[in-house]
Design a protein around this ligand. Structure first.
Ligand SMILES: [Zn+2]
Ligand SMILES: [Zn+2]
Length: 136
């Protein structure tokens, strides 16, 4: 994460007429430094209760609207969220046995646009299965 990118994100928040309050900063930092997408509860845990769960929800939803955060559906019955890093688009494969999560550096977005002539605005493509050790 470069300083420039971070300034850009904060600008984006402020330009939307939204105050960059302390709870918002905490949530942003939690998502920004996470190595994998986090659930609302995990984000709440990371801000160490310096923001209540309701304001974590509101903040994450706001960041999603602003295009700072994206939702990741891994078929777990709840959503996870991750910080959008420009130039680093990827998908996930999840082991349903041990919870191991790996990045997949492939995406068919361009192909889908070409095939359908749609301007795709959002998409999700996550995989669930058994990792090597769990499959044995
Ligand atoms: Zn596993
Ligand atoms: Zn994609």
């Amino acid at each position: 994460m470069t300083q420039i990118r971070m300034t850009h994100v904060i600008e984006k928040i402020k330009n939307a007429g939204v105050k960059f309050t302390r709870p918002r900063k905490l949530v942003l930092d939690a998502l920004r430094t996470a190595r994998q997408p986090l659930s609302m509860k995990e984000i709440h845990k990371r801000v160490r209760n310096r923001a209540d769960l309701a304001s974590v929800y509101r903040t994450v939803n706001l960041f999603q609207e602003l295009g700072i955060v994206r939702e990741v559906q891994l078929g777990e019955g709840y959503q996870r969220y991750e910080f959008i890093e420009e130039g680093r688009h990827h998908h996930y494969v999840l082991c349903i046995e041990c919870g191991k999560l790996e990045d997949i550096d492939i995406c068919f977005l361009d192909r889908v646009e070409k095939m359908t002539n749609f301007k795709i605005l959002s998409h999700s493509m996550e995989f669930q299965g058994l990792c090597h050790s769990c499959a044995e």
